[in-house]
Ligand binder design. Structure first.
Ligand code: GLN
Length: 474
């Protein structure tokens, strides 16, 4: 059900208690929630609000990186296990103003650093389509809570593809707007030059509506944009006539699964029959091979700097030693998982004075070349498009991916192009491949959020896949 219909067809009490009950019911199987938030105070505040609020009494979930006053915000880490937010993030405030009822904080890879949701301090999050498979990450908890119909909207963050990949694995919409469109004040950072706030929803118009609520200049976040917020949901018409869609041929060439390729081809044919102008574009393949290493260097260097404040001396779980230094070392050793430590080593290496020019600055230069290449192809088309993943979600114990293969480096990691560039990017469901959901991803030029959502809406109308709810039965 879309958000508008939900508001019209149910009472606030019913929709909130349904969401809370269902969140508890699926917790056992999915492990999606880190903390439940008792909604009674928010419901009391709602009484003084106009029923016209866009999210009036709509239950939603925040990724556990988002601060909400007087609630636990752990970043799915051990070191912040006892952290209670003293303030609201700007988006939390905006959501409350819009009438939303926040029922919990969802699990993620620790501080958003991962693509599996298997690094969360509270354990892995399962995929509702097959409980032996991963939800995808890092915003996996939010993704599965929308996929199972617990909430119609959940907040995610996206630094490399952390909204758009789990959306693909869970048959839902995952959208990150242009960099700076949504304030990040009060959201625990991962890598500040790549981090975006975005949403999961059951359909494209709800993503557009969410952007209307969340977007706008915020003086607490100097990277936030002054551009006016548009009526994105009204601008979703879905007429594909004359819309220029460039297929990223490098990604297609890197995908092995014939069923994914077939379905994608069929989708393109259908879009063409609706008047879309489909062409094939090619990005510089050498640069595409460099996406992942470039991403790892920049993201981990920024993360190492951002997370240097996590010393447990002022907040966080303290493991006391004999000296201040020892306390910091003990706390950080106990509070961070293996993957995080590995990433901090990579980040520190890139930032050593003697390596900065050769590693960090070089990665920044490569990033610039990547952005120029993406911009080049977007000069001639409205959006670029490709499957959001080569196949459905991997099994938990599947370590078989050859991380140096073309399939892994290109097909599974190309979506970071929208983080390097800050361009808006959305994943919408495409179909089921071998019994598992696979989505299609679209990226447009900076601040063409409205156009991107409109085309995505046209694709949603073409596939007829929206508001799918997967009940957890296994
Ligand atoms: N999978 C990527 C990583 O491991 C992306 C994470 C993200 O977007 N937050 O860092």
């Amino acid at each position: 059900m879309d958000i508008k219909t939900l508001i019209q067809s149910t009472s606030v009490e019913k929709r909130v208690s349904d969401a809370v009950n269902k969140a508890h019911a699926v917790q056992d199987k999915l492990n999606a929630m880190v903390s439940f938030i008792e909604p009674s105070e928010q419901l009391k505040t709602l009484e003084s609000k106009s029923k016209d609020c866009p999210f009036y009494g709509v239950p939603i979930v925040l990724k556990d990186l988002v601060n909400m006053k007087d609630t636990r915000t752990t970043g799915s880490s051990g070191i912040l296990d006892n952290y209670i937010s003293p303030y609201d993030a700007t988006i939390t405030k905006k959501l409350k103003d819009a009438g939303a009822i926040i029922i919990g904080k969802s699990s993620c890879d620790t501080f958003g650093m991962g693509g599996t949701n298997m690094t969360a301090w509270t354990g892995p999050v399962a995929n509702p389509y097959d409980l032996s498979r991963m939800s995808g990450g890092s915003s996996g908890g939010s993704a599965v809570l929308v996929a199972t119909g617990v909430v119609p909207m959940a907040i995610g963050t996206d630094t490399g593809d952390s909204i758009r990949k789990p959306a693909s694995f869970n048959h839902i919409v995952g959208f990150k707007p242009t960099y700076g469109r949504i304030s990040r004040y009060g959201v625990i950072p991962y890598a500040s030059s790549l981090d975006h706030v975005g949403v999961f929803t059951g359909n494209v118009k709800d993503a557009a509506l969410s952007l209307e609520v969340l977007a706008g200049r915020d003086d607490h976040d100097m990277t936030s944009s002054y551009l006016p917020v548009e009526k994105y949901s009204d601008l979703c018409i879905g007429d594909l006539k004359g819309k220029r869609i460039g297929i990223i041929q490098n990604v297609i060439d890197s995908i092995h699964n014939p069923e994914t390729l077939n379905q994608f081809k069929e989708l393109c044919q259908k879009l063409e029959s609706r008047g879309a102008v489909i062409s094939s574009i090619r990005l510089n393949e050498d640069l595409m091979h460099a996406f992942l290493p470039t991403y790892y260097i920049i993201a981990n260097a920024e993360a190492t700097a951002n997370h240097s404040n996590l010393d447990s001396l002022r907040f966080g779980v303290l493991k006391e030693g004999q000296t201040m230094d020892e306390s910091m070392i003990l706390s950080r050793t106990a509070g961070f998982g293996k993957l995080l430590k590995k990433r901090f080593v990579i980040g520190s290496y890139a930032l050593f004075t003697e390596n900065q020019e050769e590693v960090f600055r070089k990665a920044q230069k490569v990033r610039r070349l990547i952005v120029e290449d993406v911009k080049r192809v977007l000069d001639n088309v409205d959006v670029i498009m490709a499957p959001a993943s080569g196949q459905g979600a991997p099994k938990f114990d599947d370590a078989s991916a050859d991380q140096l293969s073309k399939e892994y480096l290109i097909a599974e990691n190309y979506m970071a192009l929208a983080n390097f560039s800050g361009y808006p990017s959305i994943t919408v469901p495409m179909g089921m491949v071998d019994g598992l959901p696979v989505g299609v991803n679209l990226t447009a030029y900076a601040h063409h959020d409205a156009k991107l959502l409109d085309i995505a809406y046209g694709i949603e109308k073409t596939t007829g896949i929206f508001n799918v709810i997967k009940e957890v039965t296994q």
